[in-house]
Write a protein that binds this ligand. Structure first.
Ligand SMILES: *Cc1c(COP(=O)(O)O)cnc(C)c1O
Length: 297
């Protein structure tokens, strides 16, 4: 399955001028480069799921997501590469496909739109049983790839962090990626939730920490810019400035909000001048299509 990767992830330094020399080092682990569609953490969360699907002798994957879901599009593309059928259960009825959903379709994903209230049953055992029967018993991945295989796969991100880093920063939606990393590193991890009151995921994550490191992370939720998927002028300006200084494109839903938060934490002296921080770029650049005209990249 390694053949799925178009490029190996690498670490890129963020220049001193971005943090006024307030840290010994800040760098970005570029997971966004691994594949143009199966980008960032999504590849890692899916890979063990694909393996499991094949072990079970199943030829189709069914999963869940909203109209702008990076997970849905990554699943569609990865299933196609792996010769598997894919079915996407979409949250809400769209009259017209979003760019994300249109691309899911172009990767052969069969979409089924359901109402937002029906979608709430996405983890209900009985409902899933009926859904499974309807689609000839596919391999089912929960929304966001948030399962044991997802966490196990995300664990493979941890060894990409060289030993001299003192902190890891990662964006957290379901917290699957963060949990996978925590379980496989000794370095403290800062999570950044891009939704209002998102720090509730800290509790979700805790139950999936299999090591003695249940307190080795914290989740910030101040930098949501109005809510999940929402943005404001400040965020767009931040993304353009960041690109100008670093050459690194950020996605507006997750990594831009994380870096905005990190910048404020750095300015607020939350880190010491001997700290070495590695920020994980979890990808998701396809999500910038709606603000493309406002970005310099
Ligand atoms: C999906 C996604 C996340 C969230 O990952 P979780 O494992 O659900 O916490 C973070 N960043 C990007 C770019 C994503 O697409």
């Amino acid at each position: 399955m390694g053949t799925t990767l178009k490029q190996q992830p690498y670490i890129q330094q963020i220049p001193q001028e971005w943090h006024d020399g307030k840290l010994a080092e800040i760098a970005m682990l570029r997971l966004d480069v691994v594949h143009p569609v199966i980008s960032g953490n999504k590849y890692y969360k899916l890979k063990e799921n694909i393996t499991r699907c094949k072990e079970l002798g199943k030829d189709a994957i069914l999963t869940f997501g909203g109209g702008y879901s990076n997970h849905l599009i990554a699943t569609a593309a990865m299933a196609q590469v792996e010769g598997l059928r894919s079915i996407g259960i979409v949250r809400g009825i769209y009259e017209e496909l979003t760019p994300t959903l249109a691309e899911c379709t172009s990767h052969g994903m069969e979409l089924r739109h359901i109402s937002i209230s029906d979608y709430k049953q996405k983890n209900d055992k009985e409902w899933l049983k009926q859904l499974s029967a309807k689609y000839d018993h596919p391999y089912i991945i929960p929304e966001g790839g948030a399962n044991e295989e997802g966490r196990a796969g995300a664990g493979d991100i941890a060894p990409l962090v060289p030993g001299h880093y003192t902190h890891i920063a990662v964006s957290a939606g379901t917290g699957t990626t963060l949990a996978g990393i925590i379980n496989n590193t000794n370095v403290p991890v800062y999570g950044f939730a891009p939704m209002k009151k998102g720090s509730y995921i800290a509790d979700d994550i805790r139950q999936f920490i299999t090591t003695g490191r249940r307190d080795a992370y914290s989740v910030y939720d101040e930098w949501h810019c109005g809510g999940f998927g929402k943005y404001n002028r400040e965020l767009i300006d931040f993304m353009n400035d960041f690109y100008q200084v670093t050459g690194i494109p950020l996605d507006m839903v997750y990594t831009a909000k994380m870096m905005m938060g990190i910048k404020q934490l750095v300015q607020g002296h939350v880190f010491s001048s001997t700290d070495r921080l590695l920020c994980i770029h979890t990808g998701g650049l396809q999500g910038n299509s709606s603000v493309k005209g406002q970005l310099i990249y």
